[in-house]
Design a protein around this ligand. Sequence first.
Ligand SMILES: [Zn+2]
Length: 422
Amino acid sequence: MSRLPAPDLVRVADDLETLASYRDPQAPGWTRRVFSDFDRAGREWVAGRMEDAGLAVETDAAANLIGRLPGSGRRPGVVATGSHTDTVRGGGRYDGIVGVLGAIEAVRCLRQAGAELAHDLVVVDFLGEEPNDFGLSCVGSRAISGSLDEGHLALSGPDGRSLAEAIAASGGRPAALAGARWPDGLHCYIELHVEQGPVLEQALVPIGVVTGIVGIHRLLASIEGQSDHAGTTPMSLRRDALAGAAEAILAVERFAGGGVATVGRIEIRPGAHNVVPAEADLWAEARSPDAGWLDNFGRNLAEELDAIGTRRHLGTKLSWISREHPVTATDWVADAIGEAARSRGVEPMSIPSGAGHDASHMARLGPMGMVFVPSRAGRSHCPEEWTDLEDIGLGIAVLAEAIVLCDQREEERPGAAAHLAR
Ligand SMILES: [Zn+2]
């Protein structure tokens, strides 16, 4: 049985409702996109909630909001938790938000119980987890894990501003970005998140222990033909880029077997009713927990694009925008989450994550685990996104308990044994 108090559901509901009020009234749903005034104001409010909960708050060079609860200092490294509070356009009130506000409530529970951790506990509201106008997701966790580079910072958005300028406007110091990278001191990272899929709800299980996070490969396929008069050019002489693109879209669907793959955006030029399309750009992505499957998908699509180009006398080009590898949760962190769930009387379910998370990047720094709570009807990235308050409360209780269990785990550092032997 746990000695931690149960989360205060009234307080949690209040926090969720208040943060949801920081939204773009011109956009549908509960929109709070990164780099918007609404996001900046919302995160300022979150910083205040962190301080109220007893955390020392700072904004790092990448504009991540970081709240720290000092441990007794006996152990090196930090126990980290958190998520993001930005949303997609037309998004909901729970994706990412539950992990940040839930972590703050977990801190309140720990402090109320007088629980002293050996490690510092760090709560992070990562900057910009959702894809933004610069075409990049997980900006903050990339910076902390050391994979946000100069090329990313130079990306420019629709208003001509660079990503570096956008980060600076959100309170970061992009020139000092190297300082945002965490030193080799992550004891573990645990993230609470809504499932964003239907599996837990259908199984009637309120807690999921994430086994791993899918890899996501994103690509741009560009197809080049020739614009001609739509009335006078015989079908046999056309080099129609859009017809080629249609074949490519169906190939993406065909190669998706065993994983998932999507063409989510298409642009054609010149885009007139009476002109044979000269150029088509397709933005596609594939996801799988299997790195080999992802590589195969890319190879198959590249070959198919070549074949379409040859058959239709079109130029084709495939470029990779990003390739995130699948990551596996760390056994001992997942075990601790399972034990924490059982201490609350719940037999949890092991479940893979088909969505990307800040945890994918944090896994580069050290042991990682995630707690999932159910999403009603599996809906997410839409205004209807919903998780029952009781399930959120249970998720927070499991997070708090898992933090305590993981904190107590002895480090397994190869360097530490060598040090002792000297
Ligand atoms: Zn999320």
